[in-house]
Ligand binder design. Structure first.
Ligand code: FES
Ligand SMILES: [Fe+2]
Length: 400
């Protein structure tokens, strides 16, 4: 039976945890509230430590709506700063990455060191004479911490420690990340015309694997696929546990049963794992490949998604080449799987245009198993806690 306009504006006859008010994906005012209440307060993954491997290496990137500078000083400590000059606000460092002991702002040549101190003010006597001391003019520093090689930053000076925020959620990838030094060997990014949460959902709800014909053939045909359970942690993180899922790549016509690349430490051949770090980061592991998805939300309906791939530094050139092939077969800029995911979340944006479809459903219950939409319910439980309003009805603000 079809539904009338009146029907469409009645909430589904379900617990409020089991559906979403689609305006969480489309309303710019909600997006701006998320920037403040979520991204202004949580620890956010920004890069892997190998991107600032050596003393005085640096990396610039966007942290939602602000320019970030990440450095490693000669003391080995990783730090991050607002990449904006204390003088007149110009972006200080324009290169994406490099190695430098000092950073000189191009506008009036004020200079900062890798610890963020202001070390030189051009013709400083006329600033000192009005009481401005460069000792007080360093860059704005943000709390920065590294866990299993992953660099996290928070804009919140009062945030709990990173270990407390993560709460052990990386346990399923700890063996992979700690066995030997890793490095980012592949990076690509894409602007997706969809809300940032749509992308994170793709990394946490596996019901959508029906979208991917290759996943249907090579993953969902494996008996252990449907028998694994989601495990959740404080702050909304989650991971899939249970008997290892060993993908049967040979089920895809023209593919070999096992891939070419050296299996990452800690994994069995063809093994798949996934870890979701709330709110915008995922670690996806496929035997020889370790993919990190992270996001730079741009607006309610536009998102920069960043994809990194990790490999052991000890790879031989031949092993690295095989790893590239594996990565790009499934993922990478021309990998089939990621492109299909992009299509899916852009279709969501198209379908929700104009606000005619008020609600969507996250009601599928399956005892917490692989394709249970409990992952989305947990995600939006945390979203509601942080935002002070239910994701099923954004008009209602929770009592403080
Ligand atoms: S804005 Fe940077 S030196 Fe003036
Ligand atoms: Fe997908």
């Amino acid at each position: 039976m079809t539904r009338s306009g009146t029907d469409m504006h009645h909430p589904p006859q379900l617990p409020t945890t089991h559906f979403l008010d689609n305006r969480i994906y489309t309303e710019q005012s909600i997006f701006e509230e998320e920037v403040d209440k979520i991204f202004g307060r949580i620890w956010k993954f920004v890069c892997h430590e190998s991107e600032i491997d050596q003393p005085f290496d640096f990396r610039t990137l966007d942290f939602v709506d602000l320019p970030l500078l990440v450095t490693r000083d000669d003391d080995g400590k990783v730090r991050s700063f607002l990449n904006a000059c204390s003088h007149r606000g110009a972006k200080v460092v324009r290169e994406l990455s490099g190695n430098a002991r000092d950073f000189t702002c191009p506008f009036h040549l004020w200079t900062y060191d890798a610890k963020g101190n202001c070390t030189a003010v051009t013709r400083d006597e006329a600033y000192e004479s009005v009481g401005c001391d460069k000792a007080d003019l360093g860059l704005r520093e943000f709390r920065t911490d590294v866990h299993l090689g992953m660099v996290f930053v928070t804009l919140n000076d009062d945030a709990e420690d990173l270990d407390a925020f993560l709460g052990g959620a990386l346990e399923q990838v700890e063996d992979v990340l700690s066995a030997e030094p890793l490095e980012v060997y592949h990076y690509n990014e894409t602007i997706v015309q969809a809300n940032w949460k749509n992308w994170q959902e793709l990394d946490s709800e596996l019901y959508h694997e029906y979208l991917h014909v290759i996943n249907r053939r090579t993953g969902m045909t494996v008996p252990t696929y449907f028998t694994r359970n989601w495990k959740f942690y404080a702050n909304g993180h989650g991971t899939l546990i249970g008997p290892p899922l060993q993908t049967d790549y040979g089920k895809q016509p023209g593919w070999k049963a096992e891939r070419d690349g050296r299996v990452l430490p800690g994994l069995q051949p063809n093994e798949y794992r996934v870890v979701d770090i709330w709110p915008d980061t995922a670690f996806v592991v496929r035997d020889s490949g370790f993919r990190i998805d992270s996001q730079v939300p741009i607006s309610a309906t536009e998102t920069l998604v960043q994809f990194r791939a990790l490999a052991p530094k000890s790879d031989t050139p031949e092993q690295r080449e095989a790893r590239y092939r594996d990565h790009n077969q499934f993922w990478g800029p021309f990998g089939r799987n990621v492109q299909e995911d992009i299509i899916a979340c852009e279709l969501q944006r198209d379908g929700m245009r104009g606000g005619h479809l008020r609600y969507s459903l996250i009601a599928r219950e399956e005892e917490g198993l692989t394709q249970d939409e409990i992952t989305l319910r947990r995600y939006y439980e945390e979203w509601g806690r942080r935002m002070g309003r239910a994701a099923s009805n954004i008009s209602a603000i929770a009592a403080e």
